[in-house]
Write a protein that binds this ligand. Structure first.
Ligand SMILES: [Zn+2]
Length: 463
């Protein structure tokens, strides 16, 4: 080959077309230009990854990076360094900034905050709420966002700036919103929990002065999630608006989505490593540090959720990285402590451990953590695959390494709130993370000097 490549990676286990190949990846100008068993010739950088596993870079479909506003929780820099640490080369950013991006002007302000900071690639979602019903169609067709996100409740007291524009607080608005969303051509993501039922339950616990942390789970039982999934499936039926149900935590809700899929509906389901690996008992142990919405579930529910990983119904596993400071976790009682886990760095090791334990095939792992999210957000095959012409987004993995997760090894600004993960035993470590040919983590070290090398992505389709 006449032209000198930028980088060649050699390994005896490169994941190409669902097979592990002994061969080489050649990279030029950020793209994969060679895949094969013969050496592709000279390169400026030659990486011998023999004995390591080489996989497509992970695509995390559910990440909150906060900025602008609330940069004490996370910034575009710290959040994307955390992504690089956890092997995510692309993240889908969910709109929980101040204000949430419910029009182009606010979105472009987020671009400004991200540019020059990010170290992995980011695709943004728009917020869809009662503030911007009439703008949803044109915002969606602008080509700048890959989907819309909505919460189905009023803005929590004191957090109006963060939530206004992102919430549809009653069914009238939801139904009107669905008609607008269906015209946008984009997928709708939502947080599916019945807020009326939950608020009723919380008031009952407060009236009884019962602030045991487990009551966070008891106040949001599986029926509160299943009810909302059922309702949204019904309300979106006539428009066939594509819907991705975020962070689904219980099998009854997934069963409803499975049936809708069987009827040909464009509905997708995400779950998270914490619903597959942890249970609600951890609320008693860690209090608000184990608080997320929906809550961790019982062992029975956790186990039953796995059958939908096995049968192919669950489409994606997202981290739902939702960083909060220690102060925000410690404030008041279990009901007013902030809900969310700084989880982006642990999505890889928690799920790869299941591969090593024989619970998850490598094929399903790649599909759930990389290929499917890239497809759903219209970034595939540029992202989510090792193929000629794709972006050279690659992770190099030590698939045998056994270790305990530790807060001290994290990049997230909210690492001190990650107590739930501390000392969890895992197998598999990210050695290097490569974004468009650029090493942002190398030989175990996250490279802070790569600040600003990430790109803001657009959906591949042109309107
Ligand atoms: Zn979220």
């Amino acid at each position: 080959m006449a032209k000198v490549l930028d980088t060649v990676i050699k390994s005896d286990r490169i994941y190409i077309d669902d097979k592990l190949i002994d061969g080489y990846i050649g990279i030029k100008d950020g793209k994969i230009v060679y895949l094969g068993q013969e050496g592709p010739g000279a390169a400026n950088k030659e990486v011998d990854a023999t004995n390591y596993l080489v996989l497509p870079g992970l695509v995390d479909p559910h990440v909150h990076l906060r900025e602008p506003g609330n940069s004490h929780r996370e910034t575009f820099l710290t959040g994307t360094l955390a992504a690089a640490n956890g092997g995510a080369t692309t993240i889908i950013e969910h709109p929980l900034a101040s204000p949430p991006p419910y029009n182009l002007e606010i979105l472009f302000n987020r671009y400004k905050a991200a540019e020059g900071e990010i170290v992995v690639d980011i695709a943004f979602m728009g917020a869809a709420g009662e503030y911007n019903l009439k703008d949803i169609e044109s915002f969606g067709k602008s080509g700048h966002i890959v989907g819309f996100k909505t919460f189905l409740h009023e803005a929590p007291a004191g957090r109006e700036l963060e939530f206004n524009g992102l919430t549809m607080c009653n069914d009238g608005v939801v139904y009107a919103g669905i008609q607008e969303l269906a015209k946008s051509g984009l997928i709708w993501l939502l947080h599916a929990e019945n807020n009326d039922m939950i608020q009723y339950n919380i008031k009952e616990f407060i009236a009884r002065n019962d602030f045991s942390p487990i009551n966070h789970a008891k106040s949001r039982p599986p029926i509160t999630e299943t009810e909302t999934v059922a309702k949204i499936l019904l309300l979106t039926e006539e428009t066939n608006l594509p819907v991705l149900f975020c962070h689904i935590s219980n099998p009854e809700a997934v069963e409803l989505i499975k049936k809708a899929k069987q009827q040909g509906r464009k509905v997708y389901v995400e779950t998270c490593p914490h619903y597959l690996c942890f249970t609600e008992e951890l609320l008693s142990q860690h209090g608000a540090y184990a608080k997320c919405n929906p809550p961790l579930r019982s062992e029975k529910v956790r186990k039953a959720l796995w059958q939908y990983i096995d049968d192919g119904t669950i489409d994606v596993i997202g981290s739902d990285h939702a960083p909060y400071s220690v102060e925000e976790k410690e404030q008041g009682n279990i009901f007013n402590a902030c809900a969310g886990l700084p989880a982006i760095e642990f999505r890889f090791p928690l799920m790869f451990t299941k591969v090593k334990e024989g619970k998850l095939s490598l094929h399903r792992f790649v599909e759930l953590l990389s290929r499917n999210p890239a497809k759903i957000f219209d970034l595939y095959p540029n992202k989510g695959s090792l193929s000629i012409g794709a972006d050279a987004d690659i992770i190099i993995v030590d698939s045998e390494k056994k270790y305990k997760l530790t807060i001290d090894a994290m990049q997230s600004k909210s690492r001190r709130s990650a107590k739930l993960f501390e000392n969890v035993e895992v197998i598999g470590e990210i050695v290097s993370t490569i974004v468009r040919g650029n090493f942002v983590k190398e030989n175990g070290s996250v490279l802070v000097d790569k600040k600003g090398t990430g790109l803001i992505l657009k959906p591949l389709r042109n309107y």
